[in-house]
Design a protein around this ligand. Structure first.
Ligand code: CU
Length: 344
């Protein structure tokens, strides 16, 4: 039993050392995350070298110390090797100069990294894809704006980006400060109420990445995540085209009943489904709900059971979330689910 804590520590260490994956700054999928990773590596190796030097300068003298001699007549200790004052001050000054030089180099590299991170913004002029993100407690509104309003797309907690193209993000906050962070693609950028910030990023490796709010914004801050899909341009365009459409009409009787349930309950006070009278914007747009991989800011997979759990008792999944509990008869709930799952 006594070996347990140590064993656990090793397991934790091994787990952490394998910290790669869809939400990791150590696994860059674009040029900016790559630059940040290089800076991190440089800092890591320099700090490791300094740590070892300090450690050695402490341990070596202890291991190889010479015996001290006691002067019997005068009753004082004679150190075998008293360094002269000049040697000592030379060593101290040398160490100081080296420290300053290293810090100076790191500042320069840091500055250059910052510049190359910003260069993506100017590379492609004004003709870049621009996505408006609005952070709110505790989910992300995502809007692909177009000069033609009917071509604009609104979705939630889900971002698609074309590969190899810089994308501009226009960041807004509805209530408190949030922070937009996709570790595999770029560093963090704050979303500030009443003030628009922008960030640019580019994905070069296809895949699905997770983003996370990185600024404590209230009770459900930890459940304020989103999914980023980086895909070839053609696939991206297909996705965007599909999202532009209004919601599909209900087909079966149950789906038709589900739409009625939706429109006759409180859902319409907070949600939109394009093509129906539901036009509220308090909560996520549900026009293409069924095409999303996750619900409730990537807290749960978008499966029937989770959807039912969320609709009946969102407070159980995300206590404090701004969606109230609902009461439905089993028949109403099943129809509502049929309808919502039909919204591809
Ligand atoms: Cu947040």
């Amino acid at each position: 039993v006594s070996a347990r804590p140590r064993q656990n520590a090793w397991i934790l260490f091994l787990l952490l050392s394998g910290c790669h994956g869809p939400q990791s700054a150590l696994d860059p999928a674009g040029p900016q995350a790559g630059r940040i990773r290089e800076l991190l590596d440089l800092n890591f190796w320099i700090c490791l070298a300094i740590y070892l030097l300090v450690f050695l300068s402490l341990v070596l003298p202890i291991l190889f110390r010479r015996a001290t001699v006691l002067d019997a007549k005068e009753g004082r200790v004679i150190s075998p090797e008293v360094k002269s004052e000049r040697t000592v001050s030379a060593i101290v000054i040398g160490a100081l100069v080296l420290t300053a030089a290293i810090l100076f180099c790191l500042i320069i590299v840091d500055f250059l990294t910052g510049r190359s991170l910003a260069s993506l913004a100017t590379q492609n002029g004004t003709n870049v894809l621009s996505i408006k993100i609005t952070g709110q407690q505790w989910w992300w509104k995502v809007e692909y704006q177009d000069l033609t309003p009917s071509k604009s797309v609104t979705t939630a907690n889900e971002i698609h980006v074309p590969l190899g193209t810089p994308v501009k993000f226009e960041l807004h906050a509805q209530d408190v400060i949030h922070s937009f962070w996709i570790p595999n693609l770029h560093g963090k950028k704050d979303l500030i109420p009443g003030y628009v910030t922008t960030t640019y990023l580019q994905a070069d490796k296809p895949g699905t990445y997770y983003g996370q709010c990185a600024e404590f914004c209230g009770y459900q801050h930890a459940h304020m995540r989103f999914v980023v899909t980086a895909e070839p341009k053609e696939q991206f365009n297909n996705w965007l085209e599909a999202q532009r459409k209004s919601a599909v009409e209900p087909d079966t009787d149950s789906e038709k009943r589900g739409l009625q349930v939706f429109l006759s309950s409180t859902c319409v006070m907070c949600h939109s489904i394009q093509g129906t009278p539901a036009r509220a914007t308090v909560g996520p747009d549900l026009t293409h709900l069924a095409s999303r991989p996750m619900i409730a800011a990537a807290s749960r997979p978008n499966a029937r059971g989770h959807l039912a759990g969320w609709i009946l008792d969102a407070q159980h999944i995300k206590p404090g979330a701004h969606m109230p509990r609902q009461n439905f008869s089993p028949e109403e709930l099943q129809s509502l689910l049929d309808y919502l799952q039909h919204l591809k």
